[in-house]
Design a protein around this ligand. Structure first.
Ligand SMILES: Cc1cc2nc3c(=O)[nH]c(=O)nc-3n(C[C@H](O)[C@H](O)[C@H](O)COP(=O)(O)OP(=O)(O)OC[C@H]3O[C@@H](n4cnc5c(N)ncnc54)[C@H](O)[C@@H]3O)c2cc1C
Length: 418
């Protein structure tokens, strides 16, 4: 088949490679000038700037690991590192996740938290997905005090959204969900974050996640600078930018598809319109020089700055830092924040930070409200008739990490094989 892939982020690149491996002819159309999407990086002042986040790789999905490592030499091209995450809590560094490090809080807070956990234990265990929304889950799982001092301020900084509006579907596999007994025993056994999803990770020696994107883009037919605005689809053919394809994989924003897709199918168009006003959050990233630290991620729940974390990507690989000078890091703010404001706000942060560059990414986090999954599934099944497949973070409206995005590309390619 002749297949068009819209977008050269990790989803589009993985799908394109997998399709080529299965013998299809693939053209990738990418709006920007280079591959990567959210995982793109640039060298700035001799250091590596992850324009969004600070992407590291790991996966618990066997087939994703097998395929990913067939594209790279794990020993020679990647570093394996352990996460050392901390929380800047009331001016002090506390281990992450906070519930495993209660012993580092004041005795007064510990007493209150344990008391509340015992009450919750007495009420009986409630499975995470039986809560109605994110706030109920946090309160029911961690108690009022931990919620008020940490989970509420931190999550409100990230989501800019009433936590009762956020559904729990996105949580699966993303956050630890310890029950009360586990919390108490982990504080006694001093188990840190070994159980966390990302407790260790792989990171390229050179080029960060751009290295991953560049490798996956090698030998693919990618047309850069082509932002697709019109797609004409019938049951047999799809026309994009003057070329005809048998099938299309879409990795862009599902909210925009109703405007792009020219198709004689009122049901489909109205389903696409039903997701056109979903909400997302952008992130503003300040690339900085920093004093040396062994911390990889520093989480910042406090209200003295809108920054919610520092990603010390200079610790992920020595090649991420300028040959002379200090290490580099990214300070991440949720939403659009001006450089001037960010520069003012980082003064309260540790590291004696000096700004090198900034980036605003309008689409970083999808906000998953209840019922979105059903809507997207419905759209997916309707698009299948036209051999159009939405995959990826903003096309499927899922809180995907890279490995889940690759897994989704694999599912799609398996479907096309059948
Ligand atoms: C702050 C942050 C930190 C993260 N950290 C990690 C991490 O450490 N590890 C991890 O595994 N994952 C991480 N993730 C998740 C990871 O970034 C995503 O899962 C992944 O990058 C999604 O890839 P994608 O291809 O689905 O989408 P995108 O990366 O958004 O790619 C979509 C591509 O399509 C192009 N495009 C869109 N519309 C069009 C159009 N109409 N025409 C042409 N081109 C178009 C875009 O330009 C873009 O290149 C993080 C995400 C964020 C926001």
């Amino acid at each position: 088949m002749e297949i068009a892939v819209i977008g050269a982020g990790i989803s589009g690149l993985s799908a394109a490679r997998l399709l080529e491996e299965s013998g299809h002819a693939v053209t990738v159309l990418e709006g920007s000038g280079k591959p990567g999407g959210l995982i793109r990086c640039d060298v700035v002042s001799g250091g590596l700037f992850h324009r969004v986040g600070g992407h590291i790789f790991n996966t618990k999905i066997d087939r994703v690991a097998k395929w990913f490592w067939s594209q790279f030499d794990r020993e020679k091209e990647f570093i394996k590192a352990k996460r050392n995450a901390k929380i800047l809590f009331e001016g002090q560094l506390v281990g992450y996740p906070i519930e495993n490090h209660l012993y580092e809080l004041s005795p007064e807070k510990v007493k209150r938290i344990i008391h509340e956990l015992m009450i919750l234990e007495g009420r009986g265990y409630k499975a995470p997905f039986s809560y109605n929304n994110f706030e109920e889950f946090l309160l029911g799982n961690f108690g009022e005090t931990l919620y008020q001092i940490y989970f509420k301020p931190y999550n409100q900084k990230i989501w800019h959204t009433d936590l009762t509006e956020i559904s729990l579907e996105w949580l699966e596999g993303k956050l630890p969900m310890p029950n009360y007994r586990e919390i108490i025993s982990r504080n006694i056994t001093r188990e840190g974050e070994t159980e966390m999803v990302h407790s260790s990770f792989y990171y390229p020696f050179t080029g960060g996640s751009q290295f991953i994107a560049d490798r996956l883009a090698e030998n693919l037919d990618i047309r850069y600078g082509v932002r697709v605005a019109q797609i004409e689809a019938s049951e047999n053919k799809i026309r994009i930018e003057g070329s005809i394809y048998d099938s299309m994989i879409y990795t862009g924003d599902i909210r925009l598809l109703h405007n792009m897709l020219n198709v004689n199918d009122e049901g489909l168009v109205s389903s696409l319109k039903s997701v056109s006003s979903l909400r997302s959050n952008g992130t503003s990233n300040l690339f900085c020089e920093t004093d040396d630290t062994d911390i990889s991620w520093l989480y910042i729940p406090g209200s003295s700055t809108r920054a919610h974390r520092i990603i010390n990507s200079g610790n992920f690989s020595p090649n991420n830092n300028p040959p002379e000078g200090r290490k580099t890091c990214t300070v991440e703010f949720s939403g659009e924040v001006s450089r001037e404001d960010m520069e003012k706000e980082i003064k309260v942060l540790p590291g004696n930070l000096k700004v090198l560059d900034m980036n605003y990414e309008p689409n970083s986090y999808v906000i998953q409200t209840s019922g979105v999954r059903e809507k997207i599934d419905h759209i997916r099944s309707k698009l299948r008739k036209y051999k159009i497949f939405p995959i990826g973070r903003f096309a499927e409206w899922e809180y995907y990490n890279m490995d889940k995005a690759i897994d989704s590309a694999m599912n799609c390619v398996d479907f096309l094989k059948d």
